[in-house]
Design a protein around this ligand. Structure first.
Ligand code: ADP
Ligand code: MG
Length: 703
């Protein structure tokens, strides 16, 4: 069938039918359009056809020839059920035998005189029969003559696409389906990208690009194809990134036109705070605060991302912004990703501002009903909490500023919900993250935000010394713990799991704490983890802060933000189980005072890959380098947890590989939205944006 309706069911494509349609559905392919955009994930070069005279033992080759004879043989009389179908072909330069084990049905398929292509591993059979090719992929050329006049094979004799498939659907079947889809339907697709853009960048047309990405032409480079950097891949990546950036541009455009608050703080609270601090702000902190102040003074709602490595002093800057709001009679909300962190912010901020006459309140899941009235009535000046802040039915009397700490755990959608808490007025939003990400990526993930970096650490910090140990260095670790605690310092020991379980043989925090207490009977060892009640955790954290606990055994609950400057040693057990960005965060818990701090990564197992990864931690404390390495190893999806961030998934484009394309797509997207905010002149583009972004872009739909 030839389908002009790309949204029609894949079932009606030649060779599909209801049964295969069900299998395709598992791959997310429901319509013809889905199939067109279901791209190969790799390619095999089966294009260069070897003369039989030139083939070699153990090479993987494509050969072609005419069938001389076919046979079914039983090679071993004592195993009568083992049957081999074999055929002999000749290409004029020599003879080759092809063998398939237990596939006698093939006898019906192949007939003498047919021209065929075979692809597989060559074996030299020393028992006299010469060269053989075992269980090869095959294709009968005459069969395709009609649908494939070029006489290129679909499965052999070309660069062959390999698709992710599912049980019950062979590569050959899915490839055949894709071949019919392209043949019947690619011509029905029309190009949503405005021609002035395709022309400016000399982009190949969309139909040609899809055809080539599925079934590359003879001149394609297998290398580029496999890397996803062929000209045609680039065109498809561009489309995807343009759609992504158009969405971001639309969000930003929408926000800019919203009416926010023009704050005019007089500085009286901020100056009091600055006088109290035992240190001077770094110039980076000052510069970033200036950015914030400018945003707060403007009537457009602030949407600013503050990026700063662990320990760069983001909290003080955020607090200054909250005081600025307070000076103008507005409430602020600070949202943290974990209860521990919320509690800690509460304690710190409370300590810093209690004598400024401010009312600080904390709301977490466990305290939800308490202070709600205080917030609605407007008596709470600063409200600190976890996402309970957005989940509960909390409404503020006069919310002016929202600070979100450690943004990468919150999504675009959660951010939007919180902004609506302002009852009519749009509060300013400040987002702080310690995940150092390359600029182009920041532009994508936070494409709708303005962006400042605290690129300087407070002075007098000596870099943390990091060591990679294995189990046999255990005693060295114990003596380090002894040494540091003797100096009056404190120690973190982090485990990947709370309790031992049958499923893994990982060491656990509970067992670890018991063992450490036995080894150090004269020291106080305590345990903290996510299954404890919040007030128990708070109690432990407070004791650790006060120095009453020497060794704090924990899980990653202490990963972000916890600040105890007297802790100088961080031991991470099963370091190989953690991502680099996570290790960097954990390590950031030490080195917060002026004394030398240490981080010991204890890795189990012999994996060279894991060691190489962990070596990065030993070599550098630069969060940017670590993040980049992590990104390379894990890929952007997992790195950012895009699924929870509310970003659409990218299918073709890769944010790292396609950074240049991204830059161009961004520029074009923002200028298009500037010229035509609702894309009324580009209905097709608008539709593809709606498809891509789905519900996420409600505001764009109603625009
Ligand atoms: P992060 O950026 O990781 O959230 P924090 O705000 O927790 O960092 O600050 C880390 C530590 O550095 C805190 O103990 C804080 O009081 C201290 N600090 C912040 N700014 C400065 C500064 N300019 N000089 C010295 N110490 C600072
Ligand atoms: Mg912090």
């Amino acid at each position: 069938m030839s389908s002009n309706d790309l949204s029609s069911s894949i079932q009606y494509i030649k060779g599909v039918g209801p049964q295969k349609a069900r299998l395709l559905d598992r791959l997310g392919i429901k319509t013809v359009r889905d199939a067109l955009f279901y791209l190969p994930y790799r390619y095999e070069d089966r294009s260069s056809i070897k003369k039989i005279a030139h083939i070699r033992h153990e090479e993987v080759n494509t050969v072609t020839g005419k069938i001389l004879k076919t046979d079914v043989i039983t090679p071993n009389p004592r195993r009568p059920r083992l049957k081999i179908f074999e055929l002999t072909i000749s290409d004029g330069s020599g003879l080759l035998k092809a063998k398939w084990f237990n596939q006698t049905y093939l006898k019906k398929l192949f007939k003498p005189e047919q021209e065929i292509i075979l692809y597989g591993t060559i074996r030299y059979n020393y028992w006299g029969t010469g060269f053989e090719i075992i269980n090869p992929e095959y294709e009968i050329l005459d069969d395709n003559a009609e649908s494939n006049p070029s006489a290129l094979g679909i499965h052999t004799g070309r660069i062959v696409p390999i698709y992710r498939s599912t049980e019950g659907l062979s590569q050959k079947q899915i490839r055949n389906i894709m071949y019919s889809v392209i043949n019947s339907s690619v011509s029905a697709i029309s190009d949503p990208i405005p021609t002035e853009i395709t022309r400016t960048y000399n982009l190949p047309n969309l139909q040609e690009s899809l055809s080539n990405v599925h079934f590359p032409s003879l001149s394609s480079s297998i290398d580029e194809l496999n890397k996803g950097t062929s000209l045609f891949h680039q065109r498809l990546s561009f489309d995807e990134l343009l759609t992504l950036q158009l969405g971001l541009a639309a969000i930003k455009k929408g926000e800019v036109s919203e009416k926010g608050i023009s704050f005019s703080p007089d500085g009286r609270l901020i100056n009091k705070l600055l006088k109290k601090l035992p240190f001077k702000l770094t110039s980076a902190q000052e510069r970033v605060f200036k950015d914030i102040l400018k945003d707060m003074q403007s009537p457009t709602p602030m949407n600013r991302l503050i990026q700063g490595d662990v320990g760069s002093g983001k909290t003080i800057v955020a607090l200054m912004a909250m005081l600025a709001a307070q000076e103008c009679g507005y409430q602020s909300a600070l949202m943290a990703p974990t209860e521990i962190l919320a509690e800690q912010h509460y304690i710190n901020i409370h300590r810093l501002v209690e004598d400024l006459g401010l009312n600080i309140h904390i709301i977490t899941g466990s305290k939800k009903n308490k202070d709600i009235e205080v917030i609605t009535s407007g008596r709470a000046d600063i409200v600190i909490g976890t996402h309970a802040l957005i989940q509960e039915t909390i409404s503020f009397k006069k919310l002016g500023l929202i600070v979100i700490d450690e943004q990468h755990r919150f999504g675009v959608m959660q951010r939007a919900t919180l902004r609506r808490k302002g009852k009519g007025v749009i509060p300013d939003t400040l987002i702080m993250t310690a995940t150092p990400i390359p600029r182009t990526l920041a532009l994508t993930l936070y494409g709708d935000l303005d962006y400042s970096v605290i690129d300087e650490l407070p002075p007098n910090r000596s870099p943390i010394i990091t060591k990679l140990f294995s189990e046999k260095n255990k005693n060295q670790i114990y003596s380090l713990i002894e040494e540091e605690t003797k100096k009056g310092r404190q120690v973190y020991v982090v485990y990947p799991i709370i309790e031992e379980s049958e499923k893994t043989d990982l060491k656990s925090a509970i067992t670890g704490a018991e063992a450490l207490q036995k080894i150090f009977p004269h020291l106080k060892v305590s345990l903290i983890h996510g299954k404890m009640k919040p007030f128990e955790r708070e109690d432990v954290m407070q004791k650790f802060k006060n120095g009453n606990i020497h060794i704090l055994v924990s899980t990653t609950v202490i990963e972000v933000g916890v600040d105890v400057p007297n802790a100088t040693l961080m031991v991470i057990i099963h370091a190989e189980r953690f991502g680099l960005a996570q290790l960097h965060q954990l390590r950031g818990r030490v080195g917060r005072g002026s004394s030398q701090s240490y981080c010991i990564l204890l890795a189990y197992g012999e994996s060279a890959d894991a060691r190489k990864r962990l070596e990065v931690m030993v070599k550098t404390t630069d969060g940017f380098k670590i993040a980049e390495e992590d990104l390379n190893i894990r890929g952007p999806g997992e790195f950012f947890g895009t699924r929870q961030s509310g970003m659409p998934d990218l299918k073709v484009a890769n944010l790292l590989r396609d950074a240049k394309i991204l830059e161009i797509a961004r520029k074009e997207a923002f200028s298009l939205i500037e010229r035509d905010p609702t894309l009324k002149n580009y209905p097709q583009l608008r539709r593809s944006i709606e498809d891509f972004w789905g519900k996420r872009l409600e505001m764009f739909k109603t625009a």
